[in-house]
Design a binder for this molecule. Sequence first.
Ligand SMILES: C[S@@+](CC[C@H](N)C(=O)[O-])C[C@H]1O[C@@H](n2cnc3c(N)ncnc32)[C@H](O)[C@@H]1O
Length: 444
Amino acid sequence: MPTRRLLPTRQLRRVPRGAPDPPLSGRLVDVLAADQTALVRPPIVVVGIGADGWGGLHPASVEALESAAVVLGSQRQLDLVRGHVRVCRPWPSPMLPAVTGLLDSYPDGLVAVLASGDPMLYGIGVTLVGRFGTKRVRVLPHVSSASLACARLGWASADTAVVSAVDRPLNQLVRELAPGRRVLVLVSEADAVARVAALLTAQGYGPSELTVLAELGGPKESMASEVASRWGQRPNPRLAIVAVCSQLEAGAAARSIAPGLPDEEFRTDGVMTKREIRALTLAALGPVPGELLWDIGAGSGTIAVEWSRLHVSCSAVAVEPRADRRALIAANADALGAPRVQVVAGSAPDVLAGLEPPDAVFVGGGLTSPGVLEGCLESLRNGARLVANSVTLESEAVLTSWHARLGGRLSRIAVSHAEPVGSLHAFRSALPVTQWSFTKGASP
Ligand SMILES: C[S@@+](CC[C@H](N)C(=O)[O-])C[C@H]1O[C@@H](n2cnc3c(N)ncnc32)[C@H](O)[C@@H]1O
């Protein structure tokens, strides 16, 4: 069967006469001029480079770097191309605030930006495309460190989770852990592998095998393995990715991904939504990847934490007036691997105006305080959900009256557990919970 070309050259527009100096060669123009608007301002090309340096670059990447008026990158990356390009310029530190000004300061000619491996895998490509758009930024990827690590280890890329601890919280690794699960962790600090090992050990995954793959693809490539609980404090190589083959301690139970974790998994002063009610509450909140929850009067933060554990892109704002409880929320988010929980000091409705609009709101307390439900309902966009739980008669009356006004679904949830009565057992009922769930704009 003939190979299909994704972008036939004849469909690409050529650079017009009188293009900015330095002139771009025909083939690079093919890459860059897929849209005429790329030529309105000089395009930015993000070039992925590996530890094998200049010799490992694809011809299109070589061409881009050679034609660039300036090449920006980290000192390590620039050292790989020095002598082959016209002007090298290291990123200032911190880099992000300076990006726009720096790129705009080269009005003439192509600006090339170096990135390690695949610029769209936790790389500068993501930042630049986000800021300048795909019309101005072209990305020429190299093989990613994750692909190289999977190739060396014989791991299927599709079955391997990749998390980045570069400028991000390491505890996102927690939600990926399960017996036998394979995870790659991008790291940048000298003590990063020690921190990965300590986290695994604290989570009951001390027997996991860690493999530190350094300088992948380069002449100094190396690979070293150790069980997490024995890694200790030794430093790791400068450019490394950590492969974790998760293994749980004998007798320990793996943490479920389903909402409704056992109550004992949370640190609490007693103010928490209990397991079965929590599971039903999350079902009623209806999380979808990418959505934001407000957990109002979050207490120990159980709903916010479970919401955020459901998908890497789910996030939550936990609003809580008491400092001791805010500390509990932060500790639970950390221990259970929910880095996207933001803890906000204060009370509803006062603090709501300053928050990003939610996709769902949970009100677990404070229903009788003036303006709380009104404030939450006002902040809902069409299609956003509100779920409120009550145990007292007074707060139940508030929910009943809102149900009468707006419709939605009013439920009574009663949970009983068998407990010892002398030498026998009987069901002991927890206080029943009245739950109102409402979707804005839905028919009542
Ligand atoms: C900001 S991330 C960018 C990842 C990059 N975009 C990629 O495709 O690999 C940088 C991290 O990737 C990992 N990394 C990149 N190149 C590597 C290499 N050649 N060998 C080992 N790890 C590498 C390291 O964990 C490094 O700190």
